[in-house]
Every structure is written in structure tokens, then in C-alpha cells.
Design a protein around this ligand. Structure first.
Ligand code: 8YV
Length: 329
């Protein structure tokens, strides 16, 4: 019996070795030689030949790129959970299935969120900088004071998998859990987290000590935290974002931080990555990370395995487990 031709899988970035090896065994795989982020022109070239594209958050798979897709491109198996870098409507229109890697980066991202929730009010990176720069003159009772975490109110925007994983951690640190979500959670889930639902995001923002952004970036959540909403925050409030920069109006946030109308921010994501508003860099009350929320070796291998399973099930003629539905986001 003639063996079926293996699908041509184009992977845009360097993935963990074990994942690349397995992909090479299973598929006709084209790997990234030097891990550079592909330009629009390179992506357009890639879809001209690929049967399956494996992009990441650094690839903008927009309508223009997809217009050049060859008819055999039937699957975009994205390496990551967020799919805001892919024009889902165009993909669907062209009959291209899109999959992602949900679930496997929940705990890592929640850990990083918790790290920022602790780091900003407790001035962890500020203190470390002073010490490393050789400017520590010794202990003082009134120096480098931050704010207590225990007993404060945490408002989680987006109470999906990651939001709930943040809630579990936050409760152990004595934070009370509040949340805003498109849909209210079932009563038993609210009870599990002892979480208070706020139908009105505006009202929640005005009453929280710390805000954590954990919702996906969709057309509906773009600048959800607009200038007007950010102005509702209390002067002592902190904001943490490990979701997507686009959910927060970065310029407005920077302005309010500079004016002291918000106490501080912990950001792992930015509106125009890898660019960061230079004024944010000047502020001592910000902790800024280069999109590291899911950056663990274990997480990246799990993500790669999910990508492989999605491709394999698809090419074997089945529905891949992590198919992204347009209406889901
Ligand atoms: C990933 C992420 O690193 O999965 C996501 O949505 O934001 C990140 O944690 C990235 O997306 C990989 O493409």
C-alpha cells in the first residue's frame, strides 16, 4: 500500500528540542533555523507552501497573510493559548481550522500573576535594585516600606482557568476574591473561591485594592481598561496584567501612574510588544517583565505536545481536541 504523504508543517519559532524531534518524526517539518520572529512577508511565504502552520504570539496571521494561503493549508495549530494574533474570521471563511494549547500554562501564568501581586506592593524589585547598585546603607525602621497583602481586596477581570488559579493562590495570601466576567460562574465555583461577582466592572474597579487582568484579548476586551475606567481606581490601588497588553490602555495607565493616581503596576504584557512605553521604564512603582508568564521548560514542552496532538488528530481525520471556536472568545 502506498504510504500517505506526510503533511508539510511549518513552525515559525524554535521550540523545545524534544518537541522538534517528535515533529520531525511525525511530519514533514520545517523548523525555524534561528528563532527570529517572522515578518509579514515571511509569513506570507510560509502559508504559500504549508499544509499546517504552527505560529506563536509573535506572528500576525492576518487576513492579508491568509489571502496567500495555498489551498492545502487546512490547519493553524498555534503554540499558545491566546489566539488574538490570528484573524479567526478569515481563517474560518477559508475553511482553515485553528487550534491552541489551553490548560497547560494555567498554573505557570497564575504563579507569575501572584509573583507580580506580591512584587509591586512589597517593592521587591525596587529593593533588589538598591542592593545590587551598592546603595544599601543598612536596615531602617521606616525605609522601603510597602503595603500589606493580607486582608486586601483582589478584583480579577476574567475568571476563566487562569483567573481561578490566581484566586486559589490569592486566598492563601489572605486576599478576598472579587471578579468580573462575561458570565457569572456557577454558585458552587463561586463558593469554592469565596468569590464575589461584580456585574458592573466600573463598580468593582472603584472598590478594589489590587486588580488582576486575566481575560483574553478580543474585540470586546480591547482597552477594556480605558482611561475612563482606570480613573475609577482608588489612589492606593495596584494593577497586574499577565493577559494581553491590549486589554489596558497603556498610555492612560502610564499617565495615571506618573500622576500618582494609581499606586503601581505589575506588567508581563504590553500593547506593542516588544516595545514598552519608555515612560513606564522610568517609574519606580512598576515591575515590568518580558512576557514570561508561561515561560517554564515544563510548560513549553506541554504546549508543544498539545500542538503535536492537535496536528496528529487533524491529519488523521478527526476533530482536534483544542479547536478554537469563533464564538468561544
Ligand atoms: C505564550 C501566551 O508564551 O499562550 C499565550 O497566550 O500569552 C504566552 O504565555 C505565547 O502565546 C506563545 O505563543
Amino acid at each position: 500500500m502506498p504510504t500517505r504523504k506526510k503533511p508539510l508543517v511549518v513552525v515559525t519559532r524554535k521550540l523545545p528540542d524534544a518537541i522538534e524531534t517528535r515533529m520531525m518524526e511525525l511530519f514533514d517539518t520545517r523548523l525555524s533555523a534561528d528563532d527570529h520572529a517572522m515578518s509579514q512577508a515571511e509569513l506570507t511565504e510560509a502559508v504559500k507552501t504549508a499544509d499546517v502552520l504552527v505560529p506563536t504570539v509573535t506572528d500576525r496571521v492576518d487576513a492579508h497573510v491568509l489571502a496567500h494561503a495555498n489551498p492545502n493549508l487546512r490547519l493553524i495549530a498555534s503554540f499558545g493559548t491566546g489566539v488574538d494574533h490570528i484573524d479567526l474570521a478569515s481563517a474560518r471563511q477559508r475553511g482553515i481550522t485553528v487550534t491552541n494549547t489551553p490548560g497547560v500554562l494555567t498554573e505557570d501564568t497564575a504563579d507569575m500573576t501572584m509573583a507580580l501581586i506580591l512584587a509591586v506592593p512589597r517593592r521587591i524589585t525596587e529593593g533588589e535594585r538598591v542592593l545590587r547598585e551598592g546603595n544599601w546603607r543598612g536596615w531602617s525602621p521606616t525605609w522601603m516600606l510597602g503595603h500589606r497583602i493580607w486582608g486586601k481586596r483582589l478584583g480579577i477581570i476574567g475568571m476563566g482557568r487562569i483567573g481561578q488559579a490566581v484566586a486559589r493562590r490569592a486566598r492563601a495570601f489572605g486576599l478576598s476574591i472579587h471578579y468580573h466576567n462575561r458570565k457569572r460562574l456557577p454558585a458552587e465555583v463561586e463558593q469554592e473561591h469565596e468569590a464575589t461577582y461584580w456585574e458592573s466592572l466600573d463598580q468593582m474597579l472603584a472598590r478594589m485594592d489590587i486588580i488582576s487582568v486575566n481575560c483574553p484579548h478580543t474585540p470586546a476586551t480591547y482597552h477594556l481598561l480605558s482611561a475612563r475606567r482606570l480613573e475609577l481606581l482608588q489612589k492606593h490601588a495596584y494593577i497586574v496584567n499577565t493577559a494581553r497588553g491590549e486589554v489596558v490602555d497603556e498610555n492612560a495607565l502610564t499617565r495615571l501612574l506618573r500622576k500618582g493616581q494609581i499606586a503601581g503596576a505589575g506588567l508581563d504584557v504590553f500593547e506593542h510588544e516588544p516595545a514598552v512605553n519608555p515612560k513606564l521604564l522610568e517609574l519606580p512603582n512598576t515591575v515590568l517583565l518580558p512576557h514570561m508568564g508561561s515561560a517554564t521548560i515544563e510548560g513549553r514542552i506541554d504546549m508543544g505536545e498539545k500542538v503535536i496532538i492537535n496536528i496528529k488528530t487533524f491529519v488523521d481525520g478527526h476533530t482536534p481536541p483544542d479547536r478554537v471556536h469563533l464564538g468561544m472568545l
